[in-house]
Each structure stands twice: as structure tokens, then as C-alpha cells.
Design a protein around this ligand. Structure first.
Ligand SMILES: Nc1nc2c(ncn2[C@@H]2O[C@H](COP(=O)(O)OP(=O)(O)OP(=O)(O)O)[C@@H](O)[C@H]2O)c(=O)[nH]1
Ligand SMILES: [Mg+2]
Ligand SMILES: [Zn+2]
Length: 369
């Protein structure tokens, strides 16, 4: 690995926002046109804020707001902005995304919506002050896996759980629901568990997602070491009432890494997340490989390993029901969306994702050395 590469990128003022040699190479044609590279830190009403080497620029998004909602510029995108001079300054284009978190705006419709672009970690925030909704966690995780990013669950407000045994039960419940996903209990109030999260997200870009009131913005402030995001002082019940955060905001973290805070979501509808569903329920898919029939539907077939596991009590019935439900919902959405468009986008993300991971690794390697 050429060390001059590492030096070039880390000397750019944009490197703390994730700029690397791959982005630089992709940006070359825009640089030739005299455009400035920058990362979109917030989008609202036809305008966006873009951090560039010369500071934050307010730019018009008219050229990057096409009819297709999946192609609308989004927080986390790398943009090509007009140089100083004209008013307004426009975002002329954005670089192809490496990853993107997409949900359906409703489980009954097939409209996709991009919640964050170019993310390496999807942090699903779940409050321990409310009843655990495992089905909702599975849904978030399916979309997280599908996005090409590594999911992570943070169980917030651990200070409100009276005893340690209670916490380990809750962590265990979520862990068995989320194979391959780190589960971190933490509290912004006491600081417990925050360092573990800080470490986990120190490289790359992370997006915080979850229902309203789980403490996402409070956690963002804790990680930033500053009261940057507004939070609501008092709240009666989690997940109810007013949504405090209304835009998606991107920050460079002092300890390294980039964080996107987002407005609370009531829930997320699947959007072409077949692979993601498989990853969330990997133990079921593993069991299925031992079913007698290759195309076993785990209904009433003889020799079904999945049903046998439910009988034996090793696979919770809730989990099998949830798996079925999400597969059905996903099939419905997939049948309703344009297959060619989806395939094109995936192909692009897969390629970019691989490049991004390589760049991240190179950068980490550079840091360690
Ligand atoms: N006890 C306790 N309360 C917390 C903790 N973190 C956040 N809260 C409280 O939870 C409430 C909601 O916090 P926010 O950070 O605004 O939640 P949010 O997820 O950003 O909400 P939206 O922006 O609406 O999505 C506030 O009253 C916080 O003070 C924590 O670790 N412990
Ligand atoms: Mg918030
Ligand atoms: Zn079976």
C-alpha cells in the first residue's frame, strides 16, 4: 500500500468527513470543471449545507432533486458544488453512492426513500425504557444489512433498568434476534457503554436510526461532547409525542468517524431487502438447509428441520412468524417495483461498497502504522 496515498487524503480538510483517494478519483471530472467537492451535512427545502475545504456552503439542490425519490440528494452524499461566485450556488451532481439505507415509506406502497448515503455502520437505537419490540428491530436490521453497511444495536437509557440481571436478559433477547450484530447497552446520562460505541464507529460513517424519543440526539451530543442537537427536556412516554429532530444531520466526531443523526421513525417498511431478511434470520436459513425437501416451506412437510427446532424449543415461534411476515412483505414490494432499476442500483452499490471498504481498510492500516 502506497503511503503517499494515505498522506494525500489525511492532509485534506475533508478527510475527517470521510474523503479518500477513491472519492478523489471519482471526483476528477468535476474538479476539471472547476467544481468543489463537499459532503452534504443537511438537506432541507430545496437547499442543503455542504462541508467543503473552504467551509460550509449553503447550496441549491434544484439539479439533484429528480422525480425518482431514490436519486434525490441526501445527507451523506459527496456533492459537486459551484465555486465561489454565482448566487445561488448549486449542487451540480453527487458521486455514485457506495451504500444507502432505503426504506419503503409504507408497507403497503413501493416508494423507496433514502435515509442516509455512504454509511459504513447503521446504529439501530432501541430504548430500554420501553417494552422491547423485537419485530421492529428485525425490520430495521433487514434494511441495515441490505444497505451494505454493518448493523449495530444500541440499547439506550440502560440507567433506567434497575438491576444488572435485567440488563443482561434484555441484551440476550436482542442478541438472539440479531445474529452477527453487536448489541451495546449504554446510557448518555451516566456515560456507561459510550466508549464501546465510540470505538466501534471510529472509522467510517454511521447513521443513528430508531423511533422517536429513544435518545438518538442525546447520544449524538454525548459523542460530540457538545450540545449540538436539540433534545426535548422532559418526555412522558418513549416513542410518543412530538418528534424533536426534523432533519438528518451529519457531524465529524472528535475521536474519528462521522455520525448522522436522523428524525425518529415510527417504523420502516421493507424495500427490496430479501438478502437482508436472510441475514437477520440466518439461523433459520441454516436450519432450512437440513430440511428433507430442498423447497421446504416449513409448513407441514415431513422432515422439516425448522419446525423440529420450534418443537424442541430452540427456535422461538415468534421468530419464525416474523421471518415469514417479512419475507411476504418483501415479495410484495419487490413485485411492485421496477426490477431493472433495483438491479442497476444494487450492482452499483456492491461495487462501490467493496471499493469503500478497501479504502477504509487502507486508511485504518495507515493510522495504525
Ligand atoms: N434516563 C435517560 N434518559 C435519556 C437518555 N438519553 C436520552 N434521554 C432522554 O430521552 C428523551 C429523548 O431524547 P432525544 O435524544 O431527544 O431522543 P431522539 O431519539 O433524538 O428523539 P427524536 O429526535 O424525536 O427522534 C430526552 O428527554 C432525553 O433527556 C439516557 O441515557 N438516560
Ligand atoms: Mg433527535
Ligand atoms: Zn422446512
Amino acid at each position: 500500500m502506497s503511503s503517499s496515498f494515505t498522506t494525500t487524503t489525511s492532509s485534506s480538510p475533508l478527510s475527517s468527513y470521510g474523503w479518500d483517494t477513491h472519492w478523489e478519483a471519482e471526483f476528477a471530472p468535476y474538479a476539471e470543471r472547476g467544481l468543489l467537492p463537499g459532503r452534504v451535512v443537511r438537506v432541507d427545502r430545496g437547499q442543503c449545507d455542504v462541508v467543503t475545504a473552504e467551509g460550509t456552503v449553503r447550496a441549491d439542490t434544484a439539479f439533484v432533486t429528480p422525480h425518482d425519490p431514490l436519486r434525490v440528494v441526501c445527507t451523506g452524499d459527496w456533492a459537486a458544488v459551484d465555486p465561489v461566485g454565482g448566487t445561488p450556488r448549486y449542487v451540480r451532481a453527487y458521486l455514485p453512492r457506495r451504500t444507502a439505507f432505503v426504506r419503503s415509506t409504507s408497507s403497503k406502497r413501493s416508494d423507496g426513500q433514502i435515509l442516509a448515503a455512504n454509511v459504513d455502520h447503521v446504529i439501530v437505537a432501541v430504548s430500554l425504557a420501553a417494552e422491547l419490540d423485537l419485530g421492529r428491530i428485525e425490520r430495521f436490521l433487514a434494511l441495515a444489512w441490505e444497505s451494505g453497511a454493518q448493523p449495530l444495536v444500541v440499547l439506550t437509557k440502560v440507567d433506567l433498568v434497575p438491576d444488572a440481571a435485567g440488563v443482561s436478559h434484555l441484551v440476550h433477547d436482542v442478541e438472539t434476534t440479531a445474529p452477527g450484530v453487536p448489541v451495546l447497552p449504554l446510557s448518555s446520562t451516566t456515560g456507561e457503554g459510550v466508549d464501546a460505541l465510540r470505538e466501534a464507529i471510529a472509522g467510517g460513517t454511521s447513521v443513528l436510526l430508531g423511533v422517536s424519543g429513544t435518545g438518538k440526539s442525546t447520544l449524538a451530543n454525548t459523542l460530540l461532547g457538545a450540545d449540538t442537537m436539540a433534545v426535548q427536556a422532559v418526555r412522558d412516554v418513549d416513542g410518543k409525542g412530538r418528534h424533536t429532530t426534523t432533519t438528518r444531520n451529519l457531524f465529524a466526531l472528535p475521536g474519528g468517524g462521522v455520525l448522522i443523526d436522523t428524525p425518529g421513525l415510527r417504523g420502516v417498511g421493507l424495500w427490496d431487502a430479501g438478502t437482508g431478511v436472510g441475514q437477520v434470520f440466518s439461523e433459520i436459513e441454516e436450519l432450512a438447509s437440513s430440511c428433507r425437501f430442498h423447497d421446504c416451506a416449513h409448513g407441514a412437510e415431513p422432515g422439516c428441520a425448522v419446525l423440529a427446532a420450534v418443537e424442541a424449543g430452540t427456535l422461538p415461534e415468534r421468530r419464525l412468524d416474523s421471518y415469514r411476515k417479512l419475507l411476504r412483505e418483501n415479495q410484495y414490494i419487490v413485485a411492485k417495483t421496477d426490477a431493472r432499476a433495483r438491479a442497476e442500483m444494487r450492482r452499483d452499490w456492491k461495487r462501490k461498497g467493496a471499493e469503500g471498504r478497501a479504502a477504509l481498510q487502507a486508511k485504518r492500516g495507515g493510522l495504525i502504522r
